[in-house]
Design a protein around this ligand. Sequence first.
Ligand SMILES: [Zn+2]
Length: 262
Amino acid sequence: MIFKIFIFLVIVLSSELKSEIVVDPGEMIAIKTSSCPDIKNKQVFFYTFNKIDYAIVPSPFTKNSKLINTYCVPIKVNKKNYGESRITILDVSKVNLSEEDGQRAYKESQLIKNSLNKYSTDIKSSLKFINPVDGIISSRYGKQRYINDQPRSPHLALDIAAPEGTRIIAPAAGKVILIGDFFYSGNYLILDHGFGLISSYSHMSKVHVQMNDYLSQGDVIGKVGSTGRVTGPHLHWSVYLGGERINPESLIAENFFEKLFQ
Ligand SMILES: [Zn+2]
C-alpha cells in the first residue's frame, strides 16, 4: 500500500515538475504569466488565448541546441540543421563592397537596428499573420548562406518569389516605422506590430504606404520587385520578436495556435 502511494506521489510530482519547454530555434514560445509572475515586468509580447494570459518570447536561432534560462521556465532549444542555400550574385560590386558602399551599408544597418529595437505599447496586432504575398517560397528560414561560394550569415527570413508588381499586403495590423531605399534591401519598410513584434519587407518595386501610417491586416503596402541585392524578383520577409529574427513561415502555418499553445 505504502509503495503504491509512493509511486502515485512520484507520478504526480514528476508531472508537476515537467515544465521544461522544448522548441526549435527561431520559433515563438508561450509562457503562462501565472507560472512566471516576474515576466509581467519584462518587455515581452503579451497575449491572451482561451482566457489564459501568456508571454510570447523568441527561441533565438543562435541558441540552437542550447538551454535558455532567462525565464522561470527552462527552455530547451532543439538541435536543428536547416540546410544551406547557395546563390550567385553576378554584380560583384554588391558582394565585395567599395569603401563608399560599405559606409552606406553600415549607416543603413544602424538605422534599421534602431527601428528594430522599438518596444511600443500603443499598437497590438494579432499573433496569427496572413501570407504577405501570393508566390512560391524560394528560400526558407535558417539556411546557411553562400554567396558566390563565400560563407555568409544564415538566411533568417523567408523569401517568396513572385512576378514583379505582385501586391504585398500587411500580414497583421501595424504601424510603418521605417521606409528607405537601401543598399542590400532595396525599397524597404518596417512594420511595428507592437510589444516587440516587428516585420520587414525588402526588394520592393514600389512602396504604397508612408511613414507613421497605421495599417490593418490585408492593407496593400507595396509591390514585389528586384531592388537592392537580389537574384530575381521576390519578397525577403523578416519577422522579429524581442529583437530576434524568428521563422516567418511558422506565423502563417495552418496549425499556428495549436502548436504555440499546446
Ligand atoms: Zn531572403
